[in-house]
Design a protein around this ligand. Sequence first.
Ligand code: CDP
Length: 211
Amino acid sequence: MIIAIDGPTAAGKGTLARQLADHFDFAYLDTGSIYRAVASLVLEAQVDVNNQAEVTALAQKLRAEDLQRTDLRAEEVGQLASRIAVYPDVRQALLDFQRSFAESPPDQAKGAVLDGRDIGTVICPSADLKLYITASDEVRASRRHKELIDKGVTAIYAEILADLKVRDQRDQSRSAAPSRPAEDAFILDTSTMSAEAVLDKALSLVAGLQR
Ligand code: CDP
C-alpha cells in the first residue's frame, strides 16, 4: 500500500506520516528532506543557487547519508530547498529514488508513506490513498514557531509567517510539479484539529479502502 501525503509547510504532514507508518509498520520517506539535503550541499559547496546545471549536478550525486546532515531543519535550508525545487532537472534527478522507495520499501515493509508536495500528483499518481493536509497560514506559522522555540532556537512569529507565505507562493506557482492537491486527494484542513484527531481521520480513510 502506498499512502501519499502532500500539503504546505507546517501543516502537519510529517507528524501524520510518521504516525501512519508506525501504526501499519510501513516505511516512511520525508521527501522534503531530500530537497533539503540538496540545499545543504549547495550551501556547503557555495554553488550559485541560480546555476541550475551546478545545482542539478549536486542533486545527481546525492547519497543516502546526505539525508542525515544535521542542518536540514534550519529555516535557511528550507527556504533554499524551495528555490532549488523549482528546477525540473533537479526534480528529475530525485524522482527515481522516491519512486523506488514507494514501490519497493526498505526492510520488506508492506507499504510506504511518503510526504511532500507532489507525491499524489507526480511521484505516486496511483497511490492507494492521497491526503492533502492543510491549515491556515497563522496556525501553521504558530506551529512552526512553537517547534523552533521548543528546540531552543530563537524565532520571531512575524518572520516565520512572512517566510512561510513566500515559500508557499513559490511552491504553488512553479511550473515543474507545483504543490497542489491531486484530483482524487482527500483534503483535510487541520487548523482546529489535534494531531490525534488527524490520525483518527486518516485511519478511518484507510479502513474505508479495505472495505
Ligand atoms: O517541513 P516543511 O513542510 O517546511 O518543508 P519540507 O517538506 O521539508 O520541504 C522543503 C521544500 O522542498 C519545500 O518548500 C518544497 O519547495 C520542496 N519540496 C518539493 O518541491 N517537493 C517535495 N516532494 C518535497 C519538498
